[in-house]
Design a binder for this molecule. Structure first.
Ligand SMILES: Cc1cc2nc3c(=O)[nH]c(=O)nc-3n(C[C@H](O)[C@H](O)[C@H](O)COP(=O)(O)OP(=O)(O)OC[C@H]3O[C@@H](n4cnc5c(N)ncnc54)[C@H](O)[C@@H]3O)c2cc1C
Length: 259
């Protein structure tokens, strides 16, 4: 599990502007919310959440933003990558009426959790938020399994005009949600947490990661937590103790970068 297994890319498909899904075979069970370390030989090894879970096939969905994701974006069917994992804790699905809020590529890692909820016959409302309509994806996939899918865009080019967290606040006011699950920009997740009050809340955090095994300390956040082994999913009570949450992350050299 801790040594990359070389696997062949089965499919590489465009989801939206600069966003692709890569499908591959990897043995063993994976939980929604867990992540793999993806090795692109000669370039880098980076954390990527699982975005599709079937008995035989997994996928990752990513936005190209730097060296590793650019290289990954250029790979196609038949190319090889290294995969190790899965790592991290995954979501714990509780409650009957669930709200999922995905900002940007955050919806990629929430999708398997929505699919798990659908298998358990739970009622899911999903908010997919993006800057603009060209960056939206997974709407059809989640509608097909019976989720109520709402869209928000910062520029109003599709759906609700504004942040996903603002649309979520309106839904939460109606009092018909038992639990909230989110992944996206931290300031958005922090705002969402403040709207949840007593509603159980789980959020997935991202930090610069090296070993993913809890050894190197690169992904430590306040309260002595390592994102790779203690997370990446944290509940609302824990997030309130993490002073970094929604405020800053650290680069590869450990320097603080404000959100
Ligand atoms: C547990 C975990 C799961 C992740 N899952 C996904 C996923 O499913 N899909 C996806 O697209 N990305 C995901 N990421 C983020 C992804 O790992 C980074 O975007 C990637 O490492 C960038 O590598 P790069 O070499 O392409 O970019 P770099 O050249 O390293 O960075 C380019 C830019 O992206 C920023 N950046 C780098 N790492 C991160 C990060 N972790 N979070 C936010 N910004 C970052 C840098 O500050 C820089 O501005 C995940 C990260 C973690 C920790």
């Amino acid at each position: 599990m801790n040594i990359p297994a070389i696997t062949t890319i089965l499919k590489s498909s465009a989801e939206a502007t600069d966003i692709k899904t890569i499908t591959f075979r990897y043995p063993g069970a994976v939980l929604p919310g867990q992540f793999f370390m993806i090795w692109i030989p000669g370039i880098d090894e980076i954390p990527m959440s699982v975005s599709l879970i079937t008995e035989t096939i997994n996928a990752i969905t990513f936005r190209k933003i730097g060296d590793a994701t650019d290289a990954l974006y250029g790979l196609g069917k038949g190319d090889k990558i290294g995969v190790r994992g899965p790592y991290g804790n995954g979501f714990t699905i509780r409650g009957k009426r669930l709200l999922f809020v995905g900002g940007g590529t955050g919806i990629a890692m929430l999708a398997p959790a929505v699919e798990q909820a659908a298998k358990k016959k739970l009622k899911s409302t999903v908010i997919i938020g993006a800057k603009t309509k060209n960056e939206l994806f997974f709407e059809d996939r989640l509608r097909r399994i019976g989720a109520t899918v709402l869209v928000s865009t910062d520029d109003g080019s599709a759906g609700y005009k504004g942040y996903a967290s603002d649309l979520a606040k309106e839904i939460l006011k109606k009092g018909s949600i038992d639990a909230v699950y989110t992944c996206g920009p931290e300031p958005m997740m922090k705002t969402l947490l403040s709207s949840c009050k007593t509603i159980p809340f789980q959020a997935s955090l991202e930090r610069y990661m090296k070993c993913a095994l809890g050894i190197c300390g690169q992904c430590c956040v306040g309260a002595g937590l390592r994102i790779c082994v203690d997370g990446p999913i944290f509940d609302g009570a824990t997030l309130k103790k993490i002073e970094d949450f929604g405020v800053f992350q650290r680069d590869a050299a450990g320097r603080k970068i404000l959100f």
